[in-house]
Design a protein around this ligand. Structure first.
Ligand code: BGC
Length: 740
């Protein structure tokens, strides 16, 4: 007993049993030495002078002076061993020598870029996603970066919103699992390891629900929906120990997220007991003035800190206003201590007080520049992200000895575009990116010929290159068309009201199809596009997203069959923009349509089928998978039992392949209505041709929980449908009864 008491006392003093101070103790000691300005300084983040993603008020000389005075806690967009070292040196000239934190958008890879995040999500491969972030963290940390502004765990049901490319799509369960895999990958063995970067769950919250899919727009929704659909991935991230959060530009039910006491104070730092810190989004504190929520910078600073924003990214409002607000007694200094303390805690955990230059290491940086192992992984990951949408007549895979292949379309010889939107570390050295043309050429037999014609530009009305493209197609045995959207057409501030092929791309496709040659269409995009004509008329279609540094090789691996595609769509693909938002886990309504074409006083459009063009979870393979023998351990369950659901999946086709087996449930009646389907599990399995595998899922009552109207999170007794299948539409169903 005495020993326990002794240990407790020691812990309370913040000293561990080995006589060393705990981080809390060190932070408290440091805070006690700091002036108010120095504390607020920790809460200030400026951008370096290269890659601004928003309006920048930067005056570089003044920023450098502020750092020397201890008035800056963090820089974003400062990277590279030499540059981070130079900035850190300035911080070491300050009175207390508190090191800077260097943040960066490491979103889908760093030096080696990987598929855009939505494409990664299409792999449904958590191990690969985690590994890609491990690599990204290793590369970024070798460039002196401490902190990435990722993962983005915003659920998004509106493909008009350009930032769907950064997330994991429309589903909360899938999005949560992927978010957790990313955090694990980034933070590796834990903060303080030389190859770990701090992760950041963003954008808190509901940024993906912007009205009309217009970036930065408002969000108005029930707290029930907010908690269940949009906040769940964030709660899981907090529980998993994500180092930081970033809030979002939007308002939620009239209160900007940046100052939202409900989500940041009551939930995140209250109920969820989160100990990391919250950075604002770029300029979002200052933007509360145009929002109409703060009349000036002074009020914006006051509301932001009261609302739980710890660090001011580029609003330049905290340093100007917070010391005044504290001196006038409007803000309790304990709020400043808490915010600065959270930031300092991370600096201690990262080991920066032991050695502020520990991440600025030229040797490591060199090793992680164009690292061949990382590229090898990138190639594999790229091929796993491709979704085969159609393969009529088994045109794919192509034989490598096809005599003449024509590659036609504006992306054939593109290099940089393959990077996708966030390619921060890219500095004009195109050589590192494998074009689609080169990837295909490298795999074609030596005696075969690869022809190329651009055909058109991505987004204008110029048809002058059509004739040459048609002539090129006529000379070929098979035509590979590469169409879609430019890498900068999806991403931040890239909302589109029309998500069809831009410019004259579809006209070009029609002209090429008229030649009668077999056509394989590859679609490059950061979001679901609408391409009904192509879907109905072109025999083979792959959805390639943007695949990163190794794009050309990944694409060729799939086209020629070295890799059998196994990706599945992480978002529903609409038939027209008029169907948006469209998502598989909708409610049934009081008048559900009986089928796709039922329009008889039901919840449907009179001029359109109900279902999407391609459903959530959809994707084909070069082989065939057959589902059979779905069975349940019991159809009647009680209390905390576990339900086992199993199904046999057989590979009945001609190739070995991977299948994503999906489990959905439906809670038939509830005190609030429940979705017609909810994903609750998936398994990605490799099955050799001719073989079968029994796949098991285990469910507990935890998986049945939902938020009711009073925001209680619980489950109810009743009937549930268990559904297993190859996508969200094509499932087998068995009903159970589960009582409390
Ligand atoms: C984006 C963030 C990003 C930040 C820093 C903002 O405009 O919304 O996601 O991390 O810029 O570049």
């Amino acid at each position: 007993m005495k020993k326990v008491y002794f240990l407790l006392t020691i812990a309370a003093l913040g000293i561990n049993v080995h006589g060393q101070k705990t981080v809390d103790q060190k932070v408290a000691e440091l805070l006690s030495k700091m002036t108010l300005e120095e504390k607020v300084g920790q809460m200030v983040q400026y951008s370096g002078f290269e890659y601004a993603t928003g309006p920048q008020q930067s005056n570089s000389a003044a920023v450098l002076e502020e750092i020397k005075k201890g008035k800056v806690g963090s820089m974003l967009n400062v990277a590279g061993a030499d540059e981070t070292r130079a900035f850190q040196k300035l911080a070491q000239q300050s009175r207390l020598k508190i090191p800077l934190l260097f943040g960066q958008d490491v979103i889908h890879g760093y030096r080696t870029t990987f598929p855009v995040n939505l494409g990664q999500a299409a792999s449904w491969d958590l191990a690969m996603i985690e590994k890609s972030e491990r690599i990204a963290a290793t590369e970024a940390s070798a460039y002196g970066i401490h902190w990435t502004f990722a993962p983005m765990v915003d659920i998004a049901r509106d493909p008009r919103w350009g930032r769907v490319m950064e997330g994991s799509g429309e589903d909360t369960y899938l999005g949560t699992q992927i978010g957790l895999a990313r955090i694990k990958g980034f933070q590796g063995k834990g903060l303080g390891s030389l190859d770990a970067v701090m992760a950041c769950a963003k954008h808190f919250a509901a940024y993906g629900a912007a009205v009309g899919g217009r970036d930065y727009n408002s969000v108005d929704m029930s707290l029930r929906q907010l908690n269940e659909t949009y906040l769940s991935p964030f709660k899981a991230a907090a529980e998993a120990g994500v180092a930081t959060f970033m809030n979002s530009f939007n308002d939620i039910n009239g209160i900007p997220a940046t100052a939202n006491q409900y989500i940041q104070r009551a939930l995140l730092k209250g109920k969820w007991n989160y100990k990391g810190f919250v950075v604002s989004d770029w300029g979002s504190i200052g933007e509360m003035i145009p929002h109409g929520y703060s009349k000036d910078a002074n009020e914006a600073a006051e509301k932001a800190i009261l609302g739980g924003s710890d660090m001011d990214m580029e609003s330049r409002v905290y340093m100007a206003e917070l010391p005044k607000l504290v001196k006038e007694g409007k803000i309790d200094v304990r709020l400043v201590d808490d915010a600065a303390g959270r930031i300092l805690t991370k600096k201690f955990e990262m080991g920066l007080f032991d050695d502020p230059y520990r991440f600025s290491n030229e040797k490591r940086q060199k090793e992680q520049t164009d690292n061949p192992e990382n590229r090898k992984f990138g190639r594999e990951f790229g091929s796993k992200s491709i979704v085969l949408l159609k393969n009529k007549g088994n045109i794919l895979p192509l034989s490598k000895s096809v005599k003449t292949v024509a590659l036609i379309g504006p992306f054939g010889k593109e290099t940089v575009a393959n990077h996708g939107f966030w390619s921060i570390a890219f500095k004009d050295d195109n050589q590192r990116i494998i074009s689609q043309f080169d990837g295909i050429k490298n795999q074609l037999d030596k005696n075969s010929t690869l022809l190329y014609a651009k055909g058109c530009n991505v987004d204008d009305q110029d048809k002058s290159m059509f004739a040459e493209a048609v002539e090129t197609a006529k000379k070929a045995d098979v035509v590979i068309m590469t169409l879609g959207e430019g890498h900068d057409m999806s991403g931040e501030a890239k909302s589109r009201s029309n998500i069809g092929f831009s410019g004259v791309q579809e006209d070009l496709l029609k002209e090429i199809a008229k030649t009668g040659k077999p056509v394989v269409l590859m679609i490059n995009a950061g979001r679901p596009l609408i391409f009904n004509w192509a879907a109905d008329n072109i025999p083979a279609i792959t959805y390639n997203w943007w695949l990163g540094t190794e794009a050309g090789n990944s694409i060729a691996d799939v086209l020629f069959g070295a890799v059998n595609p196994g990706g599945k769509l992480p978002m529903s693909f609409p038939r027209t923009e008029g169907q948006i938002p469209i998502y598989y886990n909708h409610y049934n309504t009081g008048r559900p349509a009986k089928n796709n074409t039922d329009r008889n006083y039901v919840s449907a459009y009179i001029d359109l089928d109900n279902d999407p063009k391609f459903p959530f979870g959809y994707g084909l393979s070069y082989t065939d998978f057959k589902y059979s023998d779905m069975s349940l351990s019991s159809a009647n369950l009680k209390g905390n039992q576990t339900l086992n659901i199993s199904v046999t999946v057989s590979n009945t086709g001609k190739y070995d392949g991977e299948e994503v087996v999906q489990l959905y449930i439906r809670d038939l009646f509830g005190k609030v209505v429940r979705p017609v389907k909810e994903l609750k599990g998936f398994r990605k399995v490799f099955i050799k041709k001719g073989e079968s595998r029994k796949i098991d899922f285990n469910l507990t009552p935890e998986d049945l929980k939902f938020f009711d109207d009073d925001l209680n999170y619980d489950w109810e007794s009743g009937e549930f449908d268990m559904m297993v299948g190859t996508n969200s539409q094509d499932v087998q169903t068995k009903r159970i009864n589960w009582i409390k």
